[in-house]
Design a protein around this ligand. Structure first.
Ligand SMILES: *Cc1c(COP(=O)(O)O)cnc(C)c1O
Length: 231
């Protein structure tokens, strides 16, 4: 895979412009899939301390080259296969893409063995979407009691990606409903599941997400420019 790089000055300008549109409390995660380590260093120099990667292997290669950046937090935002759970726990402090009970239980098992306590977000689908992983609302409510038993995970948030092709109003509604879902989960009396983080909003819709209460936005193209089409 070829990794691309915009001039550092362009990246730094985009980051400061976007930062100004975000409330200070919103965490800006720079999504660095397909982005070169040089561009990542430019983002770091512009103040970024959170990197989001979709793939365990790509992140591994970059982390080896960025070991000197010791105050970076790494976020896994792509689908995680159960056979990569151990690597994921070693490499990421946050996992936004926990999308099934089976995966959560595997993470819980290995987190205990490895003495980790990862921050976990549950990926939810507010609308049916065959192209996305994630819990439907009813499946998630069914699984909450079992998730609540995963005592080696800190389940602190929800993550969502609206389906492609929605208009602004529909997208805003997905984000608002995700926020309401979080409130509803918090009323269920599952003491270990307290949702306080909402990871929602990408380059085209992050302002709508922030209006709806996002606490973390995941931006790739808005910071680094267009990626090559994947797959
Ligand atoms: C790629 C990706 C992003 C960033 O998307 P942009 O449109 O480049 O901002 C955010 N979240 C997830 C889960 C992604 O895979």
């Amino acid at each position: 895979m070829t990794l691309f790089s915009q001039p550092g000055s362009t990246i730094s300008k985009r980051i400061s412009e976007i930062r100004q549109t975000l409330p200070a409390s919103v965490r800006l995660i720079a999504v660095t899939k397909q982005v070169s380590v040089d561009a990542m260093r430019a983002a770091y120099n512009a103040g970024i301390r959170d990197f989001g990667e979709s793939r365990v292997q790509e992140a591994d290669a970059k982390q080896k080259q960025l070991q000197d950046l010791t105050d970076v937090t790494w976020h896994l935002i792509g689908h995680l296969q159960t056979n990569k759970v151990q690597k994921a726990l070693e490499q990421f402090q946050w996992i936004h893409s926990v999308d099934s009970l089976k995966l959560a239980q595997r993470l819980n098992q290995l987190a205990e063995l490895l003495s980790r306590k990862p921050q976990i977000l549950l990926q939810v689908k507010l609308l049916p979407d065959p192209n996305k992983y994630g819990w439907s609302i009813s499946d998630l409510f069914n699984d909450l009691p079992a998730l609540n038993k995963c005592e080696h995970l800190d389940i602190v948030g929800l993550m969502t990606i609206p389906p492609l092709g929605l208009n602004h109003q529909e997208t805003a509604t997905v984000f608002q409903q995700t926020r309401e879902l979080a409130d509803n989960i918090n009323r269920q009396n599952q003491p270990r599941i307290q949702i306080r983080e909402l990871s929602m909003g990408m380059s085209d819709d992050y302002l709508l997400a922030v209006q709806a209460g996002a606490t973390m936005v995941r931006l790739g193209r808005a910071l680094f420019g267009a990626r090559m089409p994947q797959e």
